[in-house]
Ligand binder design. Structure first.
Ligand code: KG4
Ligand code: ZN
Length: 363
């Protein structure tokens, strides 16, 4: 039986200011989860502006914490620790969270645990479904795309990933090229649902090469060319053109993820034939057709498929509180020397991916 622990979690690595209280014993319970997005603050810039994000976090985080504590109905005396995202992410935002958490820990005497934002995503299926180790995870977000074998709260092995853009980034750029709002994922998905998937057939990069690495930057270029060809021919884009381009793009991403997941599963199952479990996390996992493609590949191999509910796929602080509890159970603690890290690979032994995470901030 696990001792019951209650943690406050704080997240501020990109454009969501978030705080949450999670209680975990044998099962985990989210007592509150406050997420304040900043989409409107960055809308006119076509992407997240780090300085604006950092200032907004600094202004809002303490109110998020107050709300999370009130909604959970707990006082600091009821907590066992404070977990905070210490990286990777936009350094100004991460610093805002780390400074706040350090102040709260110093003021209350509670233990402080720095959490890797990616570990937060990767451990989410344990928070939501109590999934045991090991499992294969596809972490697919605005800044990351990697297959990880998760052996423990602090044991991640990367067996493949993108060599350039992350899929979320490709969705965001596609939206930008087609004049759709940011974040691009939901907008492109909505357009794609109404489009003709057969009209534009985009390349499926790296499918011809063995292994689980992926590439999405060529896809973006192909989309740009197709868009420009339509504009050159007709003088502009109709709604139908835009929908068809979105449908073609999304279908190419789905095919790549399907095939690479099939290969990653084969590698994972060769090692762990008795524990067939696959989980997906990160903002892109919110995409219906992509989820369906991943579900299909799992079904074809009789592998359990887990995807967190949408609000826990995207950035939130419940995953940080929970990952903090997992680290704390391993005896890991931080102190006032905890530093904010812009880059922090989960698998420290894997070679750096060429060009991956060049955006570096989103996860
Ligand atoms: O994990 P997340 O909330 O934040 C970080 O990347 O840190 O993921 C955000 C990313 C954005 O690039 C967004 O466009 C993408 O996830 N996204 C989607 C969808 N919803 C969010 N991509 C495709 N389809 C969606 N429905
Ligand atoms: Zn994230």
């Amino acid at each position: 039986m696990q001792t019951r622990l209650t943690f406050l979690g704080i997240e501020s690595s990109c454009d969501d200011s978030a705080a949450s209280v999670v209680r975990a014993g044998d099962r985990a319970e989210i007592l509150s989860s406050v997420v304040e997005g900043q989409v409107s603050l960055h809308a006119t810039f076509g992407g997240v502006v780090p300085e604006i994000a950092a200032r907004a976090h600094a202004e809002r985080l303490d109110a998020c914490v107050e709300r999370a504590m009130a909604e959970a109905g707990v006082r600091f005396a009821d907590l066992d620790g404070i977990a905070v995202t210490a990286g990777p992410g936009l350094i100004g935002g991460v610093l805002s969270g780390v400074m706040l958490a350090k102040g709260l820990a110093a003021g209350t005497g509670l233990p402080l645990v720095g959490v890797n934002h990616l570990a937060g995503h990767a451990l989410t299926p344990r928070l939501t479904d109590g999934l045991g180790f090991p499992y294969l995870m596809l972490l697919v977000s605005g800044g990351h795309c990697q297959f990880l074998i998760v052996d423990g709260p602090d044991a991640f092995r990367r067996i493949g990933g993108t060599i350039d853009d992350a899929p979320g980034e490709a969705f965001d750029k596609t939206a930008k090229l087609l004049g759709l709002p940011q974040p691009g994922g939901p907008a492109v998905e909505a357009e794609a649902a109404l489009g003709d998937v057969t009209r534009f057939v985009f390349p499926r990069p790296l499918l011809d090469r063995p292994g689980c690495d992926m590439s999405f930057s060529g896809l973006k270029t192909a989309l740009l060319r197709a868009r420009d060809a339509v504009i050159a021919e007709k003088g502009g884009l109709t709604r139908a053109d835009r929908r068809d381009l979105c449908a073609g793009f999304q279908s190419a991403v789905a095919s790549v993820l399907y095939e690479k997941t099939r290969r990653a599963l084969a590698l994972y199952l060769a090692e762990n034939p008795a524990i067939p479990a696959f989980a997906v996390a990160g903002g892109v996992a919110a995409n219906g057709p992509l989820r369906a493609a991943l579900e299909a590949v799992c079904a074809a191999h009789s592998v359990q498929f887990l995807a967190p509910p949408l609000r826990l796929c995207t950035d939130n602080a419940a995953m940080i509180a929970f990952a903090g509890i997992e680290r704390f159970r391993l005896g890991q603690r931080d102190d006032a020397t905890l530093s904010a890290r812009p880059r922090w690979p989960l698998d420290q032994t894997a070679p750096a991916m060429i060009g991956s995470g060049k955006k570096g901030a989103k996860a």
